[in-house]
Design a binder for this molecule. Structure first.
Ligand code: ZN
Length: 148
């Protein structure tokens, strides 16, 4: 019994740096086929600061196949997408819009961009989603952001 306890304790130590096994730093990829590599991202409320890195694994330039990673409350997503379309190139995101919780830069193939933000101000179990605000991409490039 003593040995088993020791192994469990060691396993617990190896998880330090993440909370409840959910990494506080996560990477998502976007490609030239309007696809994100993840349809949901789970983080622990205990993370405090979370860093999301978006990696564009495609080859098309930002003006043809730009991707970003934008986080909003689900209820705000479509409004932000429309405001982004109105804001235009290159960012396709409204400047200083309080509905935008976090956003990476708009990037093209081969590039990556990260954003760090505080999830302790958000509601655990709240209804949040991430998406790409490049015109026309929202239909396919979106997912659930879950704070546990
Ligand atoms: Zn995109």
């Amino acid at each position: 019994m003593r040995t088993i306890f020791a192994i469990v304790a060691l396993a617990g130590w190896s998880l330090s740096g993440s909370a409840y096994g959910q990494a506080c730093d996560q990477t998502i990829e976007g490609n030239d086929l309007l696809q994100y590599s993840l349809s949901e991202i789970r983080v622990s409320a205990d993370c405090g600061e979370v860093t999301i890195t978006l990696r564009h694994t495609g080859q098309l330039p930002v003006n043809a196949m730009g991707h970003n990673w934008v986080l909003t409350a689900t209820a705000d997503a479509e409004g932000v997408v429309e405001a982004g379309r109105n804001a235009g190139a290159p960012g396709y995101l409204p400047e200083g819009d309080p509905r935008v919780i976090a956003a990476t830069n708009m990037i093209g193939g081969g590039e990556e961009s990260s954003v760090t933000f505080d999830v302790s101000a958000l509601t655990a179990g709240g209804d949040y989603m991430f998406f790409c605000s490049f015109p026309g991409h929202y239909a396919l490039m979106k997912g659930q952001f879950i704070i546990e």
